[in-house]
Design a protein around this ligand. Structure first.
Ligand code: AMP
Ligand code: TRP
Length: 344
């Protein structure tokens, strides 16, 4: 660890791709928890547009979604002056470190990544080299900032293991250059399930009726929850194994109203599934209302959002430069002598 990091709060790093709307699953599993971590950690939250282009994107849409994601981070309560919310492509050190780490990662390791296999199977016409080396760029994101903790969903655990392996391999050759990060997987119950197939995770890449977007308006929220799959008995009880649909609705309600699951169940004693759905819908609507109105306000003032991203990019670039400088020296790059305009 460097001298600076020993005096600092531990560092959290996480990233979200600007490649689609965010669901209440993203909010409950990720964004809502980020807010709780603000005090104890120094938090870096990136909008990983460089990862997003591993799948073909429409340029105008990618730009819009990048700003929207920044606005959603902020609207969820993350103050951009306290949390380093920034855009990955604004900081060239990510690409520079990714190249170096590419040379310390084996083909066999990348071939084993389940996300690559899944995405390759879905996009046969565009299995590009970026899709293959995607996890190395993610490792670069994390290692550049000497991050201690990485809050991610369980689907990212394999990428985090690889990040650790790369860091350890590099450190074994060159000494303690990188902090080896730990994954922070949310507690059980922070996995929000699909409204239509409660056995699988709510995901923005599934059909519309299976998820609730953070930006869905009240009528859509009511309609989707009304149609959510439950079961054929009528008892409101938390039992994820036998009653996955009802249990999912109860967890959503509990998470978004800061109650225990028992509290929600008790408040619905003697009631039926119709009442349960109505209660859940109103809780979701109320939880999203302030976020949505803040989001609308921010989108009407994009200059503010853009300025925050630019400011933070400058701050994090300074931090990234320290790690990158060290890495370049270790691997034997010559470093340009700025004063003399010549190479040392
Ligand atoms: P993704 O949308 O897959 O890029 O995920 C961004 C982050 O949101 C992940 O690291 C997860 O922690 C979280 N997340 C996504 N979907 C869910 C879900 N259905 N339930 C809980 N957390 C989720
Ligand atoms: N690969 C992550 C996902 O799809 C996004 C991501 C990119 C990320 N870089 C990261 C997450 C660094 C945590 C840390 O969800």
């Amino acid at each position: 660890m460097t001298d600076q990091t020993t005096e600092r709060k531990p560092i959290i790093y996480s990233g979200i791709q600007p490649s689609g709307v965010l669901t209440i699953g993203n909010y409950i599993g990720a964004l809502k928890n980020f807010k709780l971590l603000e005090k104890e950690y120094e938090c870096f939250y990136s909008i990983v547009d460089m990862h997003a282009i591993t799948l073909r994107q429409n340029a105008a849409e990618l730009r819009r979604r990048t700003i929207e994601l920044a606005a959603l981070y902020i609207a969820s309560g993350l103050d951009p002056d306290k949390n380093l919310i920034y855009c990955q492509s604004h900081v060239p050190a990510h690409a520079e470190l990714a190249w170096i780490l590419d040379c310390f990662t084996y083909m066999g390791e990348l071939q084993r990544m389940t996300q690559f296999k899944e995405k390759a199977a879905k996009n046969e016409a565009n299995i590009n080299a970026g899709l293959f080396t995607y996890p190395v760029l993610m490792a670069a994101d994390i290692l550049l900032y000497q991050s201690n903790l990485v809050p991610v969903g369980s689907d990212q655990q394999q990428h985090l293991e690889l990040t650790r392996d790369i860091a350890i391999r590099f450190n074994n050759i060159y000494g303690d250059v990188f902090t080896v990060p730990e994954a922070h997987i949310g507690k059980i119950g922070s996995r929000v399930m699909s409204l239509q197939e409660p056995a699988s995770k709510m995901s923005k890449s599934d059909p519309e009726d299976t998820y609730i977007s953070m930006l869905d308006r009240p009528d859509d929220i009511r309609r989707k929850i009304k149609r959510a799959v439950t079961d054929s008995d009528a008892e409101i009880r938390f039992d994820p194994e036998n009653k996955p649909g009802v249990s999912n609705l109860l967890s959503i309600a509990a998470a978004l109203s800061d109650q225990s699951i028992d509290g929600v169940v008790n408040s619905l004693q003697g009631k039926g599934y119709g009442d349960l759905k109505q209660t859940v819908a109103e809780i979701v609507i109320e939880a999203m209302r302030p976020i949505q109105s803040e989001f609308d306000r921010l989108m009407a003032d994009k200059a503010y959002v853009q300025a925050a991203l630019s400011r933070n990019a400058e701050t994090v670039a300074g931090r990234a430069a320290k790690t990158l400088y060290k890495v370049k020296k270790k691997v034997g790059y010559t470093l340009p002598d700025r004063k003399q305009g010549r190479v040392q």
